[in-house]
Design a binder for this molecule. Sequence first.
Ligand code: F6P
Length: 355
Amino acid sequence: MKKRILIVNSGGDCPGMNAVIRAIVKRADNDTNWEVIGSINGFDGILKEPLELLLLDEKRVRGIHFEGGTILTTNNKRNPFNFPVKQEDGSIENVDLSDKLFYNIRVLNFDAIIHIGGNESHKISYKLFKKGMNIVGVPKTINNDLSVADYTFGFQTAVQVATEAVDKLVTTANSHSRVLILEVMGRDAGWIALQASIAGGADICLIPEIPFTMNKIVEKLNTRYAINKRGFAIVVVAEGAYLKGKSSEINHRGIARKIANKLRNFNFEADIRETILGHLQRGGTPTAIDRILATELGVKAFELVKEKKFGTMAIHHNTEVLSMPLKEVINKYNKVNLSHNLIKTAKGVGISFGD
Ligand code: F6P
């Protein structure tokens, strides 16, 4: 009988997810006697009635490595321990369906689950592992906020998109002598903002790791308008950035507008506009680097299943592809370390962090 792997992807999508799926299938195909199946829409596919599963053979995954999104579709609201179930009266109640998941995995003869997801997804992976599930994790996040991982796939694509946005904003900011504020994703980490600021040549970079003050922002902006009041400036702000003295309120979209309004209250003379880059950072074709990272992790994840190294995650660490216990990786976030060389580099080229 064939050994069976179930792929579940959950959380937000991320460029490179399809490349991971393809790599798992191709690696399994290169081995003997494996069958790979995908669960549609996160844990939905393996829990709903009727089941919604997709046979992932070599033919199905051919050429998907450069497609954005995920062919399995995904969901960030399908935790099997707290699963939304429609009640008879039409209301939705969250129910623990983990026993049903174990039952379905057993009767369908799955040997293991490979779970592709972000931080929150892998807390679920670990809970399932503790309950006895044969599970291996693959990290995915554009935020690059996963501890111990050098880089997560999807991140470089997001940085590329954000950098191209800065490049475009520079031309129009220059034409109108404006201050243009670009809000990028990253959740509680400033990696996308930091790298796009350096690559795009921003003047100010605001990240959650360095709380800012409006006075310092205005101080830097004034230097940009010092000659004849003409000039322009680009501010890149991470969605989780916040004012010094306030606590971090990860507001997911909106900090750029708040800063623009505050600048207007300072009677800053130049025109100010804000752009929220949003999900453009998550969509579209993964960069070559992200495809490579994703392919490496897919191959490694299959090998971890084959070696029965359950409760682990395939991860890039110190330029190697390794496995790490889920227990060690969850609950730790990879924030920008203030002694990181990129902070020194940014300061070296005159980028202000508003501190
Ligand atoms: O985790 C990736 C991420 O893109 C965050 O940076 C962002 O805040 C969040 O997902 C948005 O998620 P959604 O809009 O899909 O709920």
